[in-house]
Each structure stands twice: as structure tokens, then as C-alpha cells.
Design a protein around this ligand. Structure first.
Ligand code: G3I
Length: 564
């Protein structure tokens, strides 16, 4: 399955494979000198068999030399930020305008770059004349649009792939009730892919979405849809994970695992719209965290064979959609407004350069960890952050248990805090933290901290504990997964109940592995038939998704477990 998908589409991929091979040969045959280490992103990416892309806006592309120079020098793949969308290409029915799209394709051709087409069918940036059509006319208009737009570049070797449908899910993982869905039903998705294959048989055809980077309700819905479409013979070749991240909402630590589960379906995967925003103003600590996010995304793609590459959604903070959409946030890209490279550029560069890094300076030791929220099975550790001066940037922390000759790892984190779970009740733990940088250098250990877990059974409810971890967040919602439930008693549980407090204005919009009911701000989660029995010391987990007012950053608290 995997190999048959990866060798499509035929002729164009063979050309690209040859190009990648030449790139590899160049990397192996040229002497490795410091000059190579500072080579542009696209050279390092080619050496790893991946693309590194950027979205481009047509305004600065025609007006600014510096913009053009960086776009041409650093990137091997281009996506039109807006120029290939429906409102740009077919603003009135049957009246096509390819001026912006052609400018992008011409630029890429001149600079030996690939183009990823974005996007044929989307609920946004689609003119009202489309939205107001009846079912038969809308289906015909969709097929004609795909035929004209994808067909225009079908013989152009630069254009290698398309986002055929974009953002077909809502934030809860249900199919979005867009005008497409409301008028045509779910079948518009399969029809769009079939029309795209007919229009450009060689292009790789993708489905693209946001908030699907980690394993959650929405990405699982995407997984199920892709699996089912492919079983029906619908030509879905690739899945795009947009990657609009924010440092205040945490990194999706299961990104690599998630990419791999899609790859195992036989599709190619790619990061399509990466940016990492922050609350303004910028400072060096936020820049360092942002750099870690960029590095982790690139490394996740590098670690998954079927990941084709990473596209950043623009490259300079001078032109980014973020400040227009998220009030008070910005600085999401890898160059600042004056085209200076930021730490996030170095992070992407060094991750792609891999073995060519010359950083041998480890980060400083973390501050002593402090333990809080200690339960029978969990504890939260917080410490003062390390700094890294070697050039590759701080990548994260590992917590170890002091235990003699071999100290086992208890947890990892990309920030200066972690909640340890799965601890044994009534047990003393002596722990320390080490930082690591992007080149893999480890700091000396922090001072140790000692804490003792509670006995369990005596806390509220008992004899079980519950700890909730926010897996991913966005402006107006979040996913809590896992909520880990552990039997800390001396007998098996016969069903368990977890309660927690939802901040005002928040609503649970979906859940799995438990039945949730809400009364006021209190949510009660009850076990299901298959996970209510927990042996002494055993754990299970459930998860849920919630919406919240835009801009609110609160998450639930006060997880309490009780069991008969
Ligand atoms: O072109 C008009 C201009 O004539 C007018 O004067 C101006 C006034 O606001 O608007 C211009 O259009 C803007 C367009 O970008 C081009 O600059 C739209 O208002 C603005 O809404 C549009 O934003 C784009 C957004 O998609 C629309 O949904 C962003 O640039 C673009 O970065 C963003 O990209 C999306 C991806 O396609 C899909 N995934 C999410 C991503 C971020 O939202």
C-alpha cells in the first residue's frame, strides 16, 4: 500500500526523484565545510530527501527584491497564500483569472521550485455566486472549476500537488456544515478528488486541515475519512497538517506518532502551513520556545519516511495572516519584519542540517525542580529554564529519577514544567532535570528534589486519582487528553467517576472513553463497560474536547476520582 502510493504520480515523481538523487549526490560528494553548514534551507532539505516550502503573497513577490531573493534562495516548494483560491481564479462564473496563480508558477519555474496548489474546494474565499447555487448547478460548477484550474497546470512540471479539499471538518471533528456539505452532502469530497484526478492525473492529491497535528477527536475523524475514501477507491494521495501553532497553547508532542499513523494508511503526509505565533511583544524567551516548536515539527517530519516536507506559511513577520486574525499575537515566522533571521530560522536550518551541526556547547543546567499537586500517582514539577548559547537552541528537558547506577526517565517536556503520571502511591521520589539542545547536547543535571506521593484512598472520593493533560489548544477550544484514571486502592474498581470544573463559558463538545454530563460548571465523567474495572495500580484514560470564548486561555481544573 505504502509503496504504491509513494511512487505516484508517475512521470513527475520520477523527475523529482532524480532531482532529489542529484541533491543527495551533491551533498555526499561535496566536502563538508563550515560553508555547507550555513547553506540555505533548501539545500539541507534536499540532502534529507524532503522539501522545505513557503507560502508566497503576490504583492511583495512583484514589489520587493529582498522578498523575492529569500523566497528563491531558501525554499524548494512554493504555495500561493491566496492566488490560487476560488475568489482569485474564478471570481465570476466561467470568468477565470490566472494572473496571480501564473506569477507564482512562473517564479517557481525560474527558481527550480515545486508548486503545491492551494486550494480547489474550500468553504472560505469562495464567491457568493457559488454558495447560492442549487445542488446540480453547484456540483457542475465545482467540477468545472477543478477541471479549469487543475487542468491549466496539468502539463506544467512545476505544479506537483493540490489541496483538493480544505478544512472539511469543524473543530469537533464533525463534517463542517458548509454550503458545500449543506447543498451536496458528503459526496462532494469524493467527487472533488475524482475531478482533480481527471484534470491532472499526475498531481498528488491532498486533503488539508488545521488542529489535526496531535491525536485528537478531529485528527481521528480525518483518519477515518481518509481510510474510508481510499477503501472506496477515491484518489486521496496525501494528507496535509497545517500546523498553525501558538507557544501559549503547547506543542502537540504526539505529532510524529500521528503522522506515522496516517502514513501507515498508505498516504503521503506533509506539514502545509506551519507558523508559531506568540503574544506580542516578542522577547528572547518566547523566541527560544518558538524555535523549539519549529525544530520539533521539522524533526517529526524527518523521522517519518512518508512525510514529504514542511511548508511555512510565509517567511517574514512583515507579511503574515496572524496579527489580522489573532489580536495581540504575531511574530509567527522565521524572519522578522526587516528580513533578519530569527532563532526559529536557525532551528529549522539546524534540524534540516542534522549531522552537520557544529554545536558542541550544552545548555545551562535547569534550576532545582519544585514539586506541587502531589497525588498518589502524579506530581507537577516546575523549574527555572535553561539557556542555550551553542547555536542549535534549547530543544527540551528530561526528568530522571535518582536511583543508583541507571536513573530511569520519568517524563519529558518542551517547557520548564511537566506533570509526571503513573507514579506509585506512598513512594518517595528523588528527581532531577537535564536540558538538551537541538544538536543533542545534554546539560549537567539540576539539583535534586524529593517528594513523596500520597497513599491514595484517603483523598476526596478515593481510592483512585485523575489527572488531566491539555493536549492541544486553539483560540476558542482545546482537547484534554489523556485524563488518566489510576486505581490507588487495594482492590479492583467496579466502575469509576471523575469530576472536574469547567471554567465559565466553556462547553464540552465531544468525549471518548467515558460518558460526560455537565451540571453548572461541574462535569461528571463515568467509566464505560470496558474500562470500569481497574486492578490495583492500573490506569486507564479518557478524553474530551471543549469550546471556550475566543481569546480565553483557561482550561479545566480540580480533577477528582471516586470508585466503589
Ligand atoms: O485582496 C483583498 C484586498 O483587495 C482588500 O483590500 C483587503 C481588505 O481587507 O482584503 C484583501 O483580501 C484579503 C486576502 O487575505 C488577501 O490579502 C482578505 O481580506 C483576507 O481575509 C485574506 O486572508 C487570508 C485567509 O487565508 C483567508 O481565509 C490570508 O492571507 C491567508 O494567509 C489565509 O490562509 C489560510 C489558508 O488558506 C488555509 N488555512 C488557514 C490559513 C490561515 O487562515
Amino acid at each position: 500500500m505504502l509503496s504504491s502510493s509513494l511512487i505516484r504520480p508517475g512521470a513527475r515523481i520520477r523527475t523529482l526523484a532524480a532531482t532529489a538523487l542529484l541533491g543527495l549526490l551533491a551533498v555526499f560528494l561535496l566536502p563538508v565545510t563550515p560553508a555547507d553548514a550555513s547553506a540555505p534551507l533548501r539545500q539541507h532539505a534536499a540532502g534529507r530527501g524532503k522539501f522545505i516550502g513557503t507560502a508566497l503573497a503576490t504583492g511583495p513577490l512583484s514589489n520587493e527584491t529582498q522578498y523575492r531573493t529569500i523566497a528563491a534562495t531558501e525554499f524548494s516548494q512554493i504555495t500561493a497564500e491566496n492566488a490560487m483560491k476560488w475568489d482569485a481564479t474564478e471570481p465570476s462564473q466561467g470568468q477565470f483569472n490566472f494572473s496571480g496563480a501564473d506569477a507564482i508558477v512562473d517564479f517557481a519555474t525560474q527558481n527550480n521550485q515545486q508548486v503545491h496548489g492551494h486550494t480547489l474546494v474550500w468553504h472560505s474565499q469562495t464567491p457568493s455566486w457559488v454558495q447560492n447555487l442549487g445542488a446540480t448547478a453547484m456540483r457542475t460548477a465545482m467540477q468545472n472549476h477543478i477541471s479549469q484550474v487543475a487542468g491549466r497546470y496539468a502539463d506544467n512540471p512545476a505544479l506537483v500537488s493540490w489541496d483538493v479539499v480544505n478544512e472539511v471538518f469543524d473543530d469537533n471533528g464533525n463534517l463542517r456544515t458548509s454550503f458545500w456539505y449543506n447543498t451536496l452532502g458528503q459526496s462532494y469530497i469524493a467527487d472533488a478528488f475524482r475531478a482533480a484526478r481527471a484534470a491532472d492525473p499526475d498531481a498528488r492529491l491532498c486533503i488539508n486541515d488545521y488542529n489535526v497535528e496531535g491525536i485528537n477527536a478531529k485528527s481521528t475523524a480525518m483518519y477515518n475519512l481518509v481510510s474510508s475514501l481510499r477503501q472506496q477507491g477515491v484518489p486521496v494521495d496525501c494528507v496535509g497538517f497545517q500546523g498553525h501553532l501558538a507557544i501559549q497553547y503547547g506543542f502537540p508532542n504526539d505529532l510524529q506518532q500521528n503522522l506515522q499513523r496516517f502514513a501507515d494508511l498508505g498516504v503521503q503526509v506533509r506539514i502545509t502551513e506551519l507558523d508559531v505565533r506568540m503574544q506580542m511583544p516578542r522577547d528572547s524567551a518566547k523566541d527560544a520556545t518558538q524555535a523549539t516548536y519549529y525544530r520539533n515539527v521539522v524533526n517529526a517530519c524527518l523521522a517519518v519516511t512518508a512525510c514529504a516536507g514542511v511548508t511555512i506559511w510565509g517567511f517574514t513577520d512583515k507579511y503574515s495572516w496572524v496579527p489580522d486574525t489573532f489580536s495581540g499575537q504575531g511574530a509567527a515566522l522565521i524572519y522578522n519584519e526587516s528580513y533578519q533571521q530569527k532563532p526559529s530560522y536557525t532551528a529549522v536550518h539546524d534540524a534540516l542540517a542534522g549531522g552537520t551541526s557544529t554545536d558542541t556547547t550544552p545548555p545551562t543546567a535547569p534550576g532545582p525542580p519544585a514539586a506541587t499537586n502531589i497525588t498518589a500517582s502524579s506530581a507537577t514539577l516546575t523549574w527555572t529554564a535553561s539557556t542555550d548559547s551553542g547555536g542549535s537552541g534549547l530543544a527540551g528537558y528530561t526528568v530522571y529519577r535518582e536511583q543508583g547506577s541507571t536513573d530511569p526517565q520519568l517524563g519529558q517536556s518542551s517547557t520548564a514544567s511537566v506533570t509526571l503520571t503513573g507514579l506509585s502511591a506512598n513512594t518517595q521520589y528523588q528527581v532531577y532535570v537535564r536540558a538538551r539542545d537541538g544538536a543533542g547536547n545534554l546539560s549537567t543535571p539540576s539539583a535534586t528534589a524529593t517528594f513523596t506521593t500520597t497513599t491514595g484512598g484517603g483523598g476526596p472520593g478515593g481510592p483512585c486519582t485523575a489527572t488531566g493533560t491539555v493536549q492541544t489548544q486553539w483560540n476558542n477550544g482545546y482537547v484534554v487528553q489523556p485524563v488518566t484514571v489510576t486505581n490507588t486502592g487495594t482492590a479492583p474498581t467496579n466502575g469509576w467517576t471523575v469530576t472536574f470544573t469547567l471554567p465559565a463559558g466553556h462547553t464540552v463538545t465531544g468525549s471518548w472513553n467515558a460518558t460526560l454530563t455537565t451540571s453548572g460548571q461541574t462535569v461528571t465523567a463515568k467509566s464505560l463497560g470496558y474500562n470500569g474495572t481497574l486492578a490495583t495500580g492500573a490506569s486507564t484514560s479518557f478524553g474530551f474536547q471543549a469550546s471556550r470564548p475566543g481569546g480565553n486561555t483557561q482550561t479545566p481544573s480540580g480533577y477528582t476520582c471516586s470508585a466503589p
